[in-house]
Write a protein that binds this ligand. Structure first.
Ligand SMILES: Cc1cc2nc3c(=O)[nH]c(=O)nc-3n(C[C@H](O)[C@H](O)[C@H](O)COP(=O)(O)O)c2cc1C
Length: 213
C-alpha cells in the first residue's frame, strides 16, 4: 500500500538526473515514511537478512562494520525493551511485529583481521585504544543505521525509528555480556493504514543546507 500523504510532484527532482528508476527513488526516499503503527503481518528473518546483505556493503571507517542488531520478537523481550522506552514509544514497541535494537560493538577490532586484511596489526593497535574504538564504533554504526533504514525499505518493509529511550537501561538489560551500545530502536513491518504516519513535514531546501567555497 502507499502511505504517502503529499503530492509527490511537489517533491520531484528532474527524473533525468536520477541514476535509478523514479519508483526506486520513491520507495527508498520520497514516498517512504516513518511509521508509527503496523499490521500483524510477520516480518521474516529472511527479510531482515536480505536487508543486512544490502546494508553491509555501505562504507564504514576502516571497513570496521560495527553495527550489531538485536531482533526483539518474543512477548517477554518486547516487554523488557518497552520498559526502557520513553512513554510515547512504549506501546509502539509492544505492538510492532518486529523491533530491532540497532547497536554499536566497541569490540569491533576482533574482526579486523578479516575486515581489514590489507592492514595487518590493525586488531592489535585498536585493542589498546578503547577510547578510539568507542568513537569509531558510534560514528560508523550510526551511518550503518541510515543504510539499514533504506535497506529495509528496499526489501519492502517500513520502519519507525525511535531514539526516545533509556540507552543505559537497554544496554544493562540486553548487552551486559557482549558490551554492545544501543543507538536506535526501529519498529519494522507494514503500515496499519493512512493513520500509521503523521502528516508529512517539510524538508529544508538544498540552498538552505549546502554551501560552496
Ligand atoms: C534518530 C531518530 C530518532 C527518532 N526518534 C523518535 C522517537 O523517539 N519517537 C518517535 O515517535 N519518532 C522518532 N523518530 C521519527 C522521526 O520523528 C521521523 O523520522 C521524522 O519526523 C520524519 O518523518 P517521515 O519520515 O515520516 O517524513 C526518530 C527518527 C530518527 C531518525
Amino acid at each position: 500500500m502507499t502511505i504517502d500523504t503529499q503530492d509527490l510532484t511537489t517533491l520531484d527532482v528532474d527524473a533525468s538526473v536520477l541514476a535509478v528508476d523514479g519508483t526506486v527513488a520513491d520507495l527508498l526516499f520520497r514516498s517512504a515514511r516513518s511509521v508509527n503503527t503496523f499490521t500483524d503481518e510477520p516480518v521474516a528473518d529472511e527479510q531482515v537478512q536480505a536487508a543486512y546483505d544490502l546494508l553491509r556493503w555501505g562504507p564504514t571507517a576502516m571497513n570496521a562494520s560495527p553495527l550489531r542488531l538485536l531482533l526483539v520478537r518474543s512477548e517477554d523481550a518486547r516487554e523488557r525493551l518497552a520498559g526502557h522506552m520513553s512513554e510515547g514509544n512504549r506501546d509502539r514497541v509492544l505492538a510492532a511485529p518486529l523491533t530491532i535494537v540497532a547497536a554499536a560493538d566497541t569490540d569491533f577490532h576482533e574482526h579486523l583481521g578479516t575486515l581489514v586484511p590489507h592492514l595487518p596489526g590493525a586488531r592489535d593497535r585498536f585493542a589498546g585504544d578503547p577510547q578510539a574504538r568507542a568513537g569509531m564504533a558510534r560514528t560508523s554504526a550510526l551511518i550503518q543505521i541510515g543504510y539499514l533504514i533504506v535497506a529495509l525499505r528496499a526489501v519492502g518493509l517500513h520502519v519507525g525509528p525511535m531514539g526516545g529511550m533509556d540507552t543505559a537501561g537497554i544496554d544493562a538489560e540486553f548487552f551486559a555480556e557482549n558490551g554492545w551500545t544501543a543507538l536506535l530502536v526501529l519498529n519494522v513491518g507494514q503500515p496499519s493504514g493512512p493513520d500509521a504516519v503523521r502528516p508529512r513535514a517539510p524538508r529544508l531546501e538544498y540552498s538552505d543546507v549546502a554551501t560552496e567555497v
